[in-house]
Ligand binder design. Structure first.
Ligand SMILES: NC(=O)c1ccc[n+]([C@@H]2O[C@H](COP(=O)([O-])OP(=O)(O)OC[C@H]3O[C@@H](n4cnc5c(N)ncnc54)[C@H](OP(=O)(O)O)[C@@H]3O)[C@@H](O)[C@H]2O)c1
Length: 341
């Protein structure tokens, strides 16, 4: 018997990718129901070879639905996730609404699949921020090998991380500049075309941004509360794919070869690290891929045990939709099948 899966935010960047990934991975679904706002009633979305018509979240009854894969923002999640959870449906949410709730597991299956067990308290499981997801996938095997003390990370985040309207803004500004039409920032605080913006989410009292705070807090919750993380998050004029320059300081010693091997032996990671022209991965090549790619692994000579590296992944896939579907798969493997047996 298959599962009934509702995809909430099915017309958005992440929702559409969730539908693709459910079909690609042949998720054991008997029924997939795309939901969005009233504006999208009847809008057609693709699910493998099928075309499905969107329904309205507000008038949908979740009784009998097994999974709600949610990507419609924090406000919608705050209102709807508890209601859906108490109807007996497991919510896997992409917004930041539940990530820091101690009764909600925050999961990247390659890193902390065991923590899923805590989902029964609220019937809600959270996905991390897209930048955190690719970071912790890479940190996990390195932490197991030589215990990480401190991480310094600078991100180069694509506009798709801010939703479909943000992608339109980059597209329209880029076209407009060629016909001398002045760019009008709307989703972004400054011109994004041919520019970079060191500001994602709101500013906090200490001068950091909420996006930078999320990377620190989420890494601690998923991987190890003792790891120190400092981030600088930057939006760049790239449509899809987030890149990160990472400096890792370890308690024990680890060579570049040992790190490369530990990464190669881990699920979900591809090491492409040739010290030659083009011997590294950029967001363009990572788009549409499931893996987290690691390149430019080298010693950091400024600390006793340190490595620097370049990490790239498709933010809509491992950073959001793929991770969501993997959580549902882990839940089926670990709990639901056992419960049914
Ligand atoms: N993009 C990423 O890389 C990424 C990564 C991790 C997490 N996330 C999170 O995932 C969520 C969605 O991101 P996105 O990039 O997919 O945004 P998006 O492209 O702007 O899509 C938003 C989706 O939410 C739906 N929605 C809005 N208001 C609604 C309502 N009242 N009722 C039901 N559905 C409603 C929209 O439906 P309509 O078309 O009907 O308005 C649309 O399907 C956000 O919380 C974001 O922070 C995104």
């Amino acid at each position: 018997m298959g599962y009934k899966v509702a995809v909430i935010g099915a017309t958005g960047n992440v929702g559409r990718e969730m539908l693709n990934i459910l079909a690609e991975r042949e998720f054991p679904a008997d029924e997939v129901i795309p939901l969005a706002s009233r504006r999208s009633i009847g809008v057609e979305v693709s699910y493998g070879d099928h075309t499905l018509k969107c329904r309205d979240l507000e008038n949908f009854d979740f009784k009998g639905i097994d999974f709600a894969l949610m990507s419609a923002g924090s406000a919608i999640s705050k209102e709807w996730s508890p209601r859906i959870g108490s109807a007996g449906c497991v919510v896997i949410d992409n917004s930041s609404c539940w990530r820091y709730d101690p009764d909600v597991p925050l999961i990247v299956p390659e890193v902390n699949a065991d923590a899923i067990a805590g989902f029964t308290k609220k019937n809600i499981i959270a996905n991390p921020n897209c930048s955190t997801a690719q970071l912790v996938v890479v940190l996990k095997p390195l932490h197991d090998a030589a215990k990480i003390k401190r991480v310094v990370v600078s991100t180069y985040q694509s506009v798709s991380g801010a939703g479909k309207e943000a992608m339109d803004e980059l597209w329209n500004q880029t076209k407009g500049i060629f016909v001398t039409q002045p760019p009008e920032p709307d989703k972004f605080t400054k011109q994004i075309a041919f520019n970079v913006i060191p500001h994602i989410d709101v500013f906090l009292d200490d001068g950091s941004t909420k996006e930078e705070w999320k990377m620190m807090v989420e890494t601690k919750k998923i991987l190890d509360p003792k790891i120190q993380v400092v981030a600088t998050c930057v939006r760049v004029p790239v449509f899809v794919g987030h890149a990160e320059a990472i400096n890792v300081e370890f308690e024990g010693s680890i060579t570049t070869d040992e790190a490369r091997q530990a990464l190669r032996d881990s699920l979900g990671i591809v090491v492409l690290d040739e010290r030659d022209d083009g011997g590294y991965v950029t967001p363009k090549e990572a788009t549409g891929e499931d893996a987290v790619f690691v390149s430019r692994i080298r010693e950091d000579p400024t600390v006793e045990n340190g490595l620097s590296m370049w990490v790239v992944s498709d933010n809509l896939r491992k950073g959001a939709a793929l991770n969501t579907v993997q959580i549902a798969e882990s839940l089926i493997d670990g709990y639901l099948q056992r419960k049914a047996a």
